[in-house]
Ligand binder design. Structure first.
Ligand code: WT7
Length: 667
């Protein structure tokens, strides 16, 4: 289907940069020395205790050791969780792109930074640190020349590819913030994020290619920017040979890059200047622009990447998440590059061209750490072991899981079949808001016991607590509660763009003095943590976070009101279950309604948010004050009628009976 192995996009760029694209990784420099020494600390587990009890000394030492500073920080931290104030390494000046590129170019310019695992299997392209620095500088110069200033925000709507990484780093180079929007989001969702971020520049590609299918990303941007008055220019890179209509606002990105110098003066940034925004879902309809800053975020991404996965110099790190999510930011881009590592950019899907794609990639690229989502593991195990065992996976050392709970069956299969029973499986818990991994099996003890399906141990500097319903800290083990963090750490979010009040209300008011994660957790008798799921109206569909209110907010002409909940789904983890009340006198076939609703949700949000099940209802169970009782809906769908709980506040008890009958009919 592809006339050439390397598309014009990469060929032209690679040629323009004078690159063969297939150099071997030299992997020599000792860029990852062990953790700094502290008096009286003799083991990694003692170091963990120290990192919590004397977190300021710990982070000061690690910050000095791991980052390259233009000028040193004078204050390690200035945090007050009761106020939602978080500041790290103040006084310090640095440039994130210098930390991710220049310092490695000085020691080992020909080490491979990126391996782009293109959608077309077997056509990977490698980029050395020198090449990635050159690309970043050229693009940084394009942005500067075209008026992008320090403090501006650039929206990036691209698939996972080297130019997307260069775009992120080019922003960091010139002091602009980036706002990567997952390329699966619709024009409406993109527009909402561009408007909130007030971006003047958008970077995209002509077309995306994923699973052998083409997506018209440039067209989607054209549609989105119609309602975005802030946008002055759209930079368009060519992922395929298909030309697109270019207007006066559009700029041919690679052509402009070729005109630029390969040197670009890095901006001198303060530790607390904004590095990026990343929108994520909360319990209201409006997505939150989570803000991360320079030094603390980078340090935390680098340290967790090094210790959670036992990443060593020369290893090939394969995180298959899209760069549009925080996992892609922290563990495809910033963590590995800050550590001078070799990182894989996976552009395809787990089943393209067949269900052996991941393991074919592991064999071909000699991946040492593989980091993926349970939803993909659950999907692949259904296809059978032979798709895995036909490939050589002997390079694998660590297997990571992220984004949602990993059930025992999937964990066992990942461990036994993919890892041949010899690779530790690390179930990593974290969030867009935490910047990096907070709880994972082996942050500090490389040989410690691992319990299947448990995130287990807090990372260096992380102090989790469980809260009861009255807001008291639960001190005993073998107990469940709301998961909070009692201490700040450098990687945590600083605010919500344009809405610091919402930031405080969401994360700092529920349990004053603590950061509230929104998740529930269980602490075992041994003191290990297991995540039990969200406590708010956020659901997790195939590892993608979505607010039920975002789905409900869609206006459909036939619908009077709706209530959306998550339900247990074999492959997706959670599926979307929608209860829909039609307007009076509407006569519509269920198939037509389902088609209409899917169309609307795909247009407003993205395909993954479409309902899996629609149940028509005459009315929804509500309290007398008019609040929908989702708890009741969840219990009905779980078929736990004994667990319906207190129904005394219900406005009309027959509503529940109707919902139960409707559900029986539906399933
Ligand atoms: C939510 C955060 C972390 C990067 C990808 C998702 C859920 C995340 C786990 C895990 C159980 C998990 C939580 C969390 N989650 N990791 N290992 N076990 N649940 O980032 O989109 O910000 O979503 O994902 O509910 O709050 P996100």
């Amino acid at each position: 289907m592809w006339p050439c192995v390397v598309s014009s996009f990469s060929r032209r760029l690679v040629a323009s940069l004078g690159v063969c694209g297939r150099r071997k990784c030299c992997g020599t420099a000792a860029f990852m020395p062990e953790a700094p020494a502290f008096e009286g600390v003799r083991s990694r587990s003692e170091l963990r205790d120290f990192s919590v009890s004397d977190s300021e000394r710990f982070w000061a030492a690690v910050g000095n050791q791991r980052l390259s500073w233009i000028s040193p920080f004078h204050t390690v931290q200035d945090c007050d969780l009761t106020q939602g104030r978080i500041k790290w390494f103040e006084g310090g000046k640095l440039n994130v792109s210098v930390n991710c590129l220049d310092r490695h170019v000085h020691t080992s310019p020909d080490r491979v930074a990126l391996i782009w695992e293109r959608d077309e299997q077997g056509s990977e392209v490698k980029y050395t640190y020198r090449e990635l620095l050159e690309m970043t500088c050229r693009l940084g110069n394009v942005l500067r020349r075209r008026g992008v200033k320090r403090g501006d925000c650039v929206t990036i709507y691209m698939p996972t590819c080297p130019l997307a990484v260069a775009a992120m780093l080019a922003c960091a180079r010139i002091g602009a913030a980036h706002n990567v929007v997952f390329a699966g989001f619709s024009a409406d969702a993109l527009a909402e994020r561009i408007r909130d971020a007030e971006s003047n520049t958008v970077i995209t590609v002509n077309q995306g290619v994923r699973g052998g299918k083409f997506t018209e990303l440039k067209k989607t941007v054209d549609e989105a920017v119609q309602s975005c008055p802030s946008v002055q220019q759209v930079l368009v890179a060519m992922r395929t040979d298909t030309p697109v209509v270019m207007t006066a606002r559009d700029v041919a990105m690679e052509e402009e890059m070729l005109k630029e110098d390969v040197v670009c003066e890095p901006a001198v940034m303060n530790s607390e200047d904004v590095l990026f925004l990343l929108y994520t879902s909360g319990s209201t309809g409006k997505p939150k622009g989570i803000v991360h800053t320079q030094a603390g975020y980078l340090l935390y991404a680098a340290l967790t990447h090094r210790y959670v996965f036992s990443y060593h110099d020369g290893d090939v790190f394969g995180c298959v998440a899209d760069i549009g999510w925080i996992t892609g930011h922290s563990y495809t881009v910033y963590g590995p590059l800050a550590n001078g590592g070799t990182t894989v950019l996976f552009e395809s899907t787990p089943i393209y061209p067949d269900p052996g794609r991941y393991w074919n990639t592991v064999e071909r690229l000699k991946i040492n750490q593989f980091y993926g989502a349970p939803t993909a593991i659950r999907l692949l195990l259904k296809y059978g072991d032979h798709w895995v065992t036909k490939y050589d996976r002997s390079t694998l050392k660590t297997l990571g899981s992220v984004g949602e709970p990993i059930n025992t069956e999937a964990w066992e299969w990942y461990h036994r079949v993919v890892g041949d029973g010899r690779c530790p499986v690390v179930d990593t818990w974290w969030q867009t808001e935490t910047g990096g991994i907070c709880i994972a099996p082996r942050p500090s003890e490389p040989d410690a016991e691992i319990v299947p399906g448990m995130a287990m141990r807090p990372f260096f500097g992380i102090k989790p607590v469980l809260m009861d319903t009255e807001g008291k800290v639960l001190t005993s083990n073998n107990t469940s509660g709301a998961l909070c963090m009692a201490q700040p750490w450098p990687g945590m979010a600083r605010t919500i763009r344009n809405n610091h009040q919402r930031f405080i209300e969401t994360y700092y008011q529920p349990y004053p003095g603590y950061f509230f994660t929104g998740d529930g957790a269980y602490r075992s008798a041994q003191g290990y943590y297991q995540i039990t799921g969200r406590l708010d109206d956020v659901i997790n569909v195939s590892g993608h976070r979505i607010g039920t209110a975002e789905i409900e907010d869609n206006q459909c002409s036939a619908v009077a009101e709706s209530a959306v909940i998550g339900f247990s789904h074999d492959i997706k983890g959670e599926g979307v279950y929608a209860f829909v009340v039609l307007k009076k006198n509407i006569d519509i076939k269920e198939d037509d309604l389902s088609r209409q609703l899917n169309k609307m949700v795909s247009k407003k949000i993205a395909k993954y948010a479409c309902p899996d099940v629609i149940q028509l209802a005459n009315r929804l169970p509500k309290t007398r004050s008019g609040k929908i009782m989702r708890r009741v809906l969840r219990k009905v769908v779980e078929r736990d009628l004994d667990g319906l709980g207190d129904l005394s506040t219900l406005d009309d008890p027959t509503a529940v009976q109707e919902i139960v009958e409707g559900h029986n009919k539906n399933s």
